[in-house]
Design a protein around this ligand. Structure first.
Ligand SMILES: *Cc1c(COP(=O)(O)O)cnc(C)c1O
Length: 394
């Protein structure tokens, strides 16, 4: 099986009964990605609804404070709904409409992808149902209410541990029961082909813009590009248009939770090994028996036991490096950027900021780092306060 491969990773590891449904999606995507009208409509949604292009912001205070490389932030936090996820969902929901589907389903963990999908479905007038584990529903009441406000159904998933992986299973089951009218919108570069490629293509707008913007202000390419990695969609979007530019170092930053030595660390690239998970082959955190166990990071967007297959391949061939940042380092970076630049970053993005702080001082003043700020941190304020021992009530 060579379709949708990145080296040995990727592929389509799905039940026979799902094959024709996934194939229909693959064929539709292959058609519309080369359709100028589709691309024009998508670009118009990105520009006029999502607020693209996003700023490439020179973080002067941070640069001067650290005294090393010049730091730029790619401001995905300024997109509508506050993160990069809108880039992908607008693409997929537009594709669903083109395919004549009447219903979109999605899985969500902390609720960010669910809210983004519900948003795109409201805009494009298509029914939306979001699967969410019952534990996550309890923890994320605000996002559940947001999705309902946006006109979406939210289905509580009570099987397994009642978390993201069970929501994925429930969404898959729904899709296999309604293959004709339903489009399954996946939130990161994971799952069977064509998802990892399709989601990457929709997120590649990030690096396309960074390249134009940095050439405009600096007249040259950055030395280092950094992004946080959960499933890997903002990171691959950040890397994509630099893959051929060998002088640009690409680094993905995973959340290690209590540290890479903790048994439940979410840093899959540090402790994982090749395996099959959710329809793809990739680097997956698993125990000795090959069982995928729940992983932990303070960041709900980074506590995924695997990584997108293209990242696994980029690591294999040495084109990108993957490092880990733990909870305490990420929280310190969350506070640092808030103070230093007046920008409260998402706790996911704070992992990338933490790595930038670490390496900038070791670089020269004539070198350039671009960090993708995948989202804004308003959603995390209460959790960080709690982490610091303060209880907030709203
Ligand atoms: C979902 C999310 C992530 C992690 O997802 P990727 O697919 O790895 O990009 C990172 N940052 C924010 C703000 C998110 O909402």
């Amino acid at each position: 099986m060579t379709k949708g491969r990145f080296g040995q990773y990727g592929g389509q590891y799905i039940a026979e009964t799902m094959m024709s449904t996934v194939q229909e999606l693959e064929e539709a995507y292959n058609h519309y990605k080369n359709d100028p009208e589709f691309q024009e409509e998508l670009q118009s949604l990105l520009d006029n609804y999502a607020n693209r292009p996003s700023l490439l912001y020179y973080a002067q205070n941070m640069t001067e404070d650290l005294g090393g490389a010049k730091i730029y932030l790619k401001r995905e936090d300024l997109n509508h709904t506050g993160a990069h996820k809108i880039n992908n969902v607008l693409g997929q929901v537009l594709l669903a409409k083109k395919m004549g589907k009447t219903r979109v389903i999605a899985e969500t963990g902390a609720g960010q992808h669910g809210v983004a999908t519900a948003t795109a479905c409201a805009l494009l007038k298509i029914d939306c149902a979001v699967y969410m584990g019952e534990e996550d529903i309890k923890r994320q009441a605000l996002n559940v209410y947001r999705m309902k406000l946006l006109g979406s159904e939210v289905h509580s998933v009570t099987t397994g541990t009642g978390t993201l992986k069970d929501a994925v299973t429930a969404a898959m089951k729904d899709w296999s029961n309604h293959p004709l009218d339903t489009f399954y919108c996946i939130g990161s570069t994971m799952g069977p082909h064509p998802y990892p490629t399709m989601v990457r293509d929709f997120q590649a707008v990030i690096s396309k813009e960074i390249k134009d913007e940095i050439l405009e202000v600096e007249g040259r390419l950055p030395n280092l590009v950094l992004a946080c990695v959960g499933g890997g969609s903002n990171a691959i979007g950040t890397f994509y248009h630099f893959l051929e530019d060998e002088s640009v170092k690409l680094v993905g930053v995973e959340g290690s939770g209590y540290g890479v030595d903790a048994p439940d660390t979410a840093a899959a690239m540090q402790v994982g090994r090749p395996g099959l998970y959710q329809g793809m082959k990739s680097i997956i955190s698993q125990n000795e028996d090959g069982q995928v166990m729940p992983v932990y990071s303070i960041s709900a967007g980074l506590d995924y036991p695997g990584i997108g297959p293209e990242h696994a391949h980029l690591a294999d061939i040495g084109r990108a490096d993957y490092v880990a940042i733990d909870d305490s380092e990420a929280v310190a970076a969350f506070e640092y950027l808030s103070r230093m630049e007046g920008i409260i970053p998402a706790i996911e993005s704070s992992h990338a900021i933490a790595e930038a702080v670490k390496v900038a001082t070791k670089m020269n003043k004539d070198q350039i780092i671009v960090v993708t700020l995948s989202g804004r941190g308003d959603k995390d304020v209460a959790a960080i306060a709690r982490y610091k021992g303060e209880e907030l009530y709203d």
